[in-house]
Write a protein that binds this ligand. Structure first.
Ligand code: IPM
Ligand code: MN
Length: 353
């Protein structure tokens, strides 16, 4: 029997509730496909920080390195100043574990939940490959004359040839493997960010021409990309972009696929520890009420199994999610699903059988 060791970080807010349902569904899939999933829970997040002052001890990072994958609930606490937990836990994990890809599929399962008129599941099915270790996220920059009328704040976008190339290669490989339109769109801002995206654009065409002649290369400015997401989402197959633009466009992507209740992502280090998460956040106002939609976490679990090579189990989870969404749910939004958080987990687990 195949075994996998999984680190679990339930985290803050509704994180623990949705992770519980993801594990329920993963266990149902494990049983059906004869897998053994071993979970090790880690207590990280706002509560621990408020109790002990610790965000992410080095010893914990080193333990996490021993796992192929991590399942994460959410990080973010209303009583902790913005930035501390995000930088201290989430971004630190992404950086120190060198999860240089943030993979965010945008797939509509049921047209009832799409805010765009006349768009069907066939029209909204693409993947965003977001660079996850560089850009505006590294913390490079600083203040001069802080707190005075002359103060200056500089926040620099870091784009290394190595970081950009490995991200582009991942995106080209994925486009080839998906084998759909075989089109990779670079999303940038070459008309203004004439250094950063000049590097991206040159690397994109060099690598594409030399090593991926079978993949069509396409380019869109980031502002236009948001327009196309609304107007012609069917235009996209795979999109590759930098960290900040990827952050922004994937929130819009989540909305057109039905909202934060269903959107999942993977922080990937193909040679190390990867981490899968619902992208919606900790939703503090719904905490403990059993009303949050767990499907984003379930889909994160599905992406995790797929990444581990358990394609059949992953596909079975996806199909069970699709059936649950189409046949049962009234809405994908918290409190409006027609079912509680744990009932939605039960429905997916049952649909798997
Ligand atoms: C995301 C989140 C994070 C990001 C925040 C919480 C730091 O918005 O995963 O998209 O900006 O990457
Ligand atoms: Mn975001």
């Amino acid at each position: 029997m195949k075994q996998y060791n999984i680190a679990v970080i339930p985290g803050d807010g509704t994180g623990p509730e949705v992770v519980r349902e993801a594990i329920k569904v993963l266990d149902a899939a494990a049983q059906k496909f004869s897998l053994k999933l071993n979970y090790t829970h880690y207590d990280l997040g706002g509560e621990r920080y408020l109790r002990t002052g610790e965000t992410l001890p080095d010893s914990v990072i080193n333990e996490l390195r021993q796992f192929p994958v991590i399942l994460l609930g959410a990080i973010g606490h209303p009583n902790v100043k913005p930035g501390i937990l995000e930088k201290g836990i989430l971004l630190r994990l992404r950086f120190e574990l060198e999860q240089y890809i943030n993979l965010r599929p945008v797939k509509l399962y049921d047209e009832r939940f799409c805010p765009l008129k006349d768009k069907k599941p066939d029209d909204i099915d693409f993947v965003v490959v977001r660079e996850n270790n560089e850009g505006l996220y590294t913390g490079a920059g600083g203040f001069v004359f802080k707190g005075t009328p002359n103060e200056i704040a500089v926040q620099e976008s870091i784009n290394t040839r190595r970081g950009v190339e490995r991200c582009l290669r991942f995106a080209f490989d994925l486009t080839r493997r998906r084998n759909r339109a075989k089109k990779l769109t670079l999303c940038g801002k070459t008309n203004v960010l004439t250094y950063a995206f000049d590097l991206w654009e040159r690397a994109f065409h060099e690598i594409g021409q030399r090593d991926y002649p079978d993949v069509k290369r396409d380019y869109a400015h980031v502002d236009a990309t948001t327009m196309w997401f609304v107007k012609n989402p069917e235009w996209f197959d795979v999109i590759v972009t930098d960290n900040m633009f990827g952050d922004i466009i994937t929130d819009l992507g989540a909305m057109i696929q039905g909202g934060m209740g269903i959107a999942a992502g993977g922080n990937i280090n193909p040679n190390g520890t990867s981490m899968f998460e619902p992208i919606g956040g900790s939703a503090p106002k719904y905490t403990g009420q059993n009303v949050i939609n767990p499907l984003a976490a379930v889909c994160a679990g599905q992406m995790m199994l797929d990444y581990l090579g358990e394609t059949a189990a992953a596909t079975a989870i996806e199909n069970a999610v699709i059936r649950t969404v189409r046949e049962k749910l009234k809405s994908l939004a918290a409190g409006k699903m027609g079912y509680s958080t744990s009932q939605v987990g039960d429905l997916v687990a049952a649909a798997l059988q």
